[in-house]
Design a protein around this ligand. Structure first.
Ligand code: C5P
Length: 240
C-alpha cells in the first residue's frame, strides 16, 4: 500500500527556519502536510502556505483551523479560504449540523475537503466526565458517534477521530473516511504521549482502526533526528 499518501505530517512549528528545515530534510517528501493554529498565527496564512508550496510543491495541504463559530461566520471564513490551494480543512462538529452544511456549501468547486473534528484526542473519557460533571455511564464513543452523525447528515465525508473510535464509526457510517491523530511509534514508551490521551501506533491505526489518513507530528519533528524518525515510520508502515 502507498502509505506515504496516507500520512499527514503535522508541522506545528511556529518558526520559519524550523519549518523550512523539516520541509527540506525528509526523504521521501511528505505527501500531506498539516499546519494549524500555531503556524498560521505565528507566520501568517499566506506566508506559511507559500512556504509549503515552495519547498513541497506536490504536497497536499491540510489546513487544521478547527473552525467553530456561528454558521454565517464559519461559512464566510470557508469562502475566504477558497482562493488557497487547500485539500483538507477542519471544522468542529460541535458547531452543529447547520454550521457544517453552510460551511460545506462554500467549498463547492474549490477542491477543499471539509473535515469534521469530533472528540479531540487530548480528551479521555475520565477527564470529560470530571470536567463536565457527566454521569458515570457516559461513554466517549457515544459522543464521538453523535458528532460523526452530524457531520454525515450535513454531507461531509471526512472526520477526525481517535483511532480508538475509527473502526466502529466506519462500521456504523458506511462511506465515512477517518483521519486519526494521536499516533505514537510505540504506545508503551513513557512520556511520549505529550498531551495526547488516546494514542495508538501506526499499525493499530491502519490495520485495526482502518484509518484512511493518520496524523503524526511531534514524534517526527521533535525527534533528535527527524529524517531518521520519518524513515523509521515509513519502514514500519511498509512492514505491515
Ligand atoms: O504532535 P502530534 O502528533 O500529537 O500532533 C497531532 C496533531 O493533530 C496536532 O497538530 C493536533 O492539533 C492535531 N489534532 C489532534 N487531535 C484532534 C484533531 C487534531 O491531535 N482531534
Amino acid at each position: 500500500m502507498d502509505f506515504l499518501s496516507k500520512i499527514a505530517l503535522a508541522l506545528d512549528l511556529p518558526s520559519e527556519k524550523d519549518l523550512i528545515h523539516i520541509l527540506t530534510t525528509l526523504e521521501p517528501q511528505p505527501k500531506i502536510v498539516k499546519i494549524g493554529l500555531e503556524v498560521v498565527y505565528a507566520l501568517g496564512l499566506e506566508n506559511s502556505l507559500g512556504l509549503i508550496t515552495k519547498f513541497l510543491p506536490n504536497a497536499d495541504i491540510f489546513l487544521d483551523l478547527k473552525l467553530h463559530d456561528i454558521p454565517n461566520t464559519v461559512a464566510k471564513a470557508v469562502l475566504a479560504l477558497k482562493k488557497f490551494k487547500v485539500k483538507y480543512l477542519t471544522v468542529h462538529s460541535l458547531g452543529g449540523q447547520f454550521m457544517l452544511e453552510k460551511a460545506l456549501e462554500k467549498t463547492q468547486n474549490s477542491g477543499i475537503n471539509l473535515v469534521a473534528v469530533t472528540v479531540l484526542t487530548s480528551h479521555s473519557e475520565e477527564n470529560l466526565k470530571k470536567e463536565f460533571d457527566l454521569p458515570d455511564n457516559f461513554q466517549l464513543f457515544d459522543l464521538s458517534e453523535k458528532l460523526t452523525s452530524l457531520a454525515v447528515k450535513a454531507g461531509l465525508e471526512y472526520i477526525v477521530c481517535s483511532a480508538q473510535e475509527s473502526k466502529l464509526l466506519k462500521q456504523k457510517f458506511f462511506h465515512l473516511k477517518t483521519i486519526t491523530p494521536g499516533i505514537r511509534l510505540k504506545t508503551e514508551q513513557n512520556g511520549i504521549s505529550d498531551d495526547q490521551a488516546r494514542i495508538v501506533t501506526p499499525s493499530m491505526a491502519f490495520n485495526e482502526a482502518k484509518a484512511d489518513i493518520i496524523v503524526i507530528g511531534r514524534p517526527i519533528y521533535q525527534a533528535p533526528n527527524p529524517a531518521a524518525a520519518w524513515t523509521q515510520l515509513l519502514k514500519t508502515c511498509d512492514s505491515f
